[in-house]
Design a protein around this ligand. Structure first.
Ligand code: PLP
Ligand code: SF4
Length: 393
């Protein structure tokens, strides 16, 4: 192995078979201050956060993920541990920063882009990340979608032939049982127009033992299924996580990683390159690097857009394009995603654009005259194209 992925520090009193069993991990989740105190020496600020009451976003972690967060100042600790800053006023705090309630045409469906829709199959996660963007829904522990809502959600997808892709999200879709997941995937596969299924999950990070042979068999059977993982820090890449990622890929499930830049946690190019090179080595494609959404209680966890651009610019040219995630911000109020890219263009004069490249090369790109631009023959693809253009939300 090119990189060293250390095994998680399992407490000696817990057996290997318990520790490596995902249902044991979920059943033994830490939720209360007492639970946390059995594992962590809490600071005064952390203790104050546990007294946050109703206003505070739900608290939960697996023992596995907690074991990676033992060192007091560690990045992982800040991801799972509530802090009193969460209940203080910040500069921009929105319960629903992505305006999802406006794009919610059926229960548990968020349909923002015409060709793809989110299906929130559960609101439960095995770890409640303090930066979560969906605090308006996540963590109310309503569990797996009720039958009646499930049928309505499925009917919505069926009646919208423009939906080519269904993204299972939540909550964390991999907290549901294999049988439930198989049912959802098979029901979606029976819909003719659904081409791609994505599963967005943090389980490979917070409970990699969830990735069993039975699970990947279900995903393989319902192919093509893409797994969107959510690693934010190189220290989350343990031997267990690496094995889980390789199991997906070895079984024909492509894995893409979506990360979020977090203030004082991972906002340094040294960490971003370390994380993404390791992921790439494990055949995981770094996909998005998100600006943290302004959801409630996340002010202290957010970086500035300037800081994010600076990190990306420092990596540009040094880091393989395969390892480079797309820096992106979700425009608040449901504006959708937009890429943030370094601007290497210095000037435009008619057909001539002037550039200053990442390591200082100055040059021009001269476009052909507009009258020379012609469109190719699209015969055989006209209907597919007009269907896509005309698909409606
Ligand atoms: C991010 C997002 C998607 C997926 O967008 P991609 O750019 O295709 O990854 C789909 N629907 C909603 C509501 C989203 O927020
Ligand atoms: S796993 Fe995702 S949905 Fe769940 S708390 Fe973390 S960010 Fe939110």
């Amino acid at each position: 192995m090119k990189f060293h992925f250390p095994r998680s520090p399992k407490p000696p009193e817990i057996s290997e078979s318990d520790w490596n069993n995902w249902t044991w991990q979920l059943r033994h989740s830490l939720k209360t201050q007492e639970d946390f105190e059995s594992v962590f020496a809490l600071s005064a600020d952390e203790k104050a956060a546990f007294q946050g009451g109703k206003e505070l976003f739900n608290i939960r972690t697996t023992p596995y993920y907690a074991s990676l967060a033992q060192d007091g100042g560690s990045s992982i600790r800040q991801i799972l541990m509530p802090h009193k800053f969460e209940i203080e006023e910040g500069s921009q705090q929105m319960l629903d920063p992505l305006g999802e309630k406006r794009n919610n045409p059926a229960p548990r469906i968020i349909h923002r882009y015409s060709d793809r829709a989110l299906f929130l199959v559960t609101d439960i996660c095995s770890v409640y990340c303090r930066f979560c963007t969906r605090k308006h829904f996540t963590g109310q522990e309503q569990a797996f979608i009720k039958n009646e809502e499930y049928e309505k959600a499925l009917a919505y997808i069926k009646s919208h032939p423009g939906i080519r892709e269904v993204i299972l999200s939540g909550g964390d879709p991999l907290t549901i049982s294999d049988a439930q997941l198989d049912r959802v995937l098979s029901d979606l596969r029976r819909i003719d127009h659904v081409e791609i299924i994505r599963i967005g999950s943090r389980m490979p990070v917070v409970c990699p033992m969830r990735v069993t042979d039975d699970l990947v068999k279900i995903l393989k059977k319902n192919k093509p299924v893409f797994l969107m993982s959510h690693f934010n820090h190189p220290n989350e890449l343990t031997a267990e996580a690496a094995e889980a990622l390789e199991k997906f890929v070895d079984n024909g499930v492509p894995v893409m990683n979506q990360m979020v830049l977090l203030n004082g946690i991972n906002n340094h190019p040294a960490l971003i390159q370390a994380l993404n090179r390791r992921l790439l080595y494990l055949r995981v494609k770094p996909y998005y690097m998100f600006q943290c959404d302004p959801s409630m209680g996340t002010d202290h966890l957010r970086t500035s857009i300037e800081d994010s651009l600076e990190i990306q610019k420092e990596l540009w040219g040094h880091l393989s394009g395969l390892a480079m995630p797309n820096l992106s911000v979700d425009i608040p109020n449901g504006g959708g995603k937009t890429y943030l890219v370094p601007n290497f263009e210095t000037k435009q004069e008619g057909r001539v654009r002037h550039y200053l490249g990442w390591d200082g090369v100055e040059a021009q790109y001269v476009s052909p005259a507009p009258e020379k631009i012609k469109k190719p023959d699209i015969s055989g693809f006209e209907k597919e194209w007009s269907d896509l253009k005309n698909s409606k939300r």
